[in-house]
Design a binder for this molecule. Structure first.
Ligand code: SAM
Length: 250
């Protein structure tokens, strides 16, 4: 495979179709292909993104809701958590997972997360509505990264946090080479097999990561969206990176 793969097609209709096709196997595939590390990454990110101000939290591109549910579990203050995604079958699964936690929610006296079908580029919320606005493994799939960051910043309240968790390519050898061999050659075949050949999603994954801004480059995009105190932390040798920035107080 060439070192500089072509930018993949990220039109909204294509992305929605792709995730609709794999929705019912998405959680299994995530846990299997990452050997369960994705659960640890989300838990770490939720702690890294803790906002300094109070208020509700929003997880955009929520998929089957794992980050929204991690926020809900982690937060002892009982803040309302929302999750949005434009692929309806993913949102349906997220809502089902939340309903299964009804008893726990009653015991903990916490409101269950609310899931809505919505485009990250046109969030149906007023300005400054959330203390935390986050996205995990989703912003790379949105057609326009800068516009998505701007929209997330718009609905974040001053002093609040905008958080991102995203795949990256490790920088140090030989881990970089081992990882790239798995990511480019093993993962797409395994994904295709286990997702029962329904989609090109696991071919799309490595190509979308390879051409996506990472680390300092991604921090610059967050700063351009108006965020300050932007920083990042690599996870698992740089396979994933968590970012956070703050919306300046007025
Ligand atoms: C790889 S999944 C990530 C799901 C989840 N955040 C997680 O941690 O597993 C990417 C999700 O982004 C959603 N997505 C992509 N572009 C979107 C957009 N413009 N608006 C809303 N959701 C979008 C897809 O529907 C998909 O569910």
């Amino acid at each position: 495979m060439a070192d500089a793969p072509e930018a993949p097609d990220k039109s909204g209709s294509r992305i929605r179709e792709m995730f609709s096709q794999i929705a019912d196997r998405y959680d299994f595939m995530n846990h299997f292909l990452s050997l369960g590390t994705d659960v640890y990454w989300r838990a770490r990110a939720v702690r890294f993104w803790q906002p300094r101000v109070s208020g509700p939290a929003l997880d955009v591109c929520t998929g089957t809701g794992d980050v929204a549910l991690a926020l809900w579990r982690h937060d002892r203050g009982g803040r309302q958590v929302w999750g949005t995604d434009f692929t309806h079958p993913m949102v349906r699964l997220a809502a089902r997972k939340a309903r299964r936690r009804t008893r726990q929610a009653e015991r903990w006296r916490r409101p269950l997360p609310i899931f809505l079908t919505a485009d990250t580029l046109r969030l149906p919320f007023p300005d400054d509505a959330f203390a935390l606005v986050c996205v995990a493994f989703g912003i790379r799939n949105v057609e326009a990264t800068e516009a998505a960051l701007a929209e997330m910043t718009r609905v974040c309240r001053p002093g609040g946090c905008v958080g991102v968790l995203e795949f990256a390519v490790p920088t140090w050898p030989p881990w970089k080479q081992i990882y790239l061999a798995y990511f480019r050659h093993v993962l797409p075949r395994l994904g295709q097999l286990l997702a029962r050949n329904r989609s090109q999603a696991y071919h799309y994954l490595p190509s979308s990561v390879a051409v996506y801004p990472q680390r300092e480059d991604f921090c610059r995009l967050m700063e351009s969206a108006g965020l300050t105190n932007v920083r990042f932390r690599p996870l698992t040798g740089g396979v994933a990176v968590m970012y956070r920035g703050e919306k300046p107080s007025a």
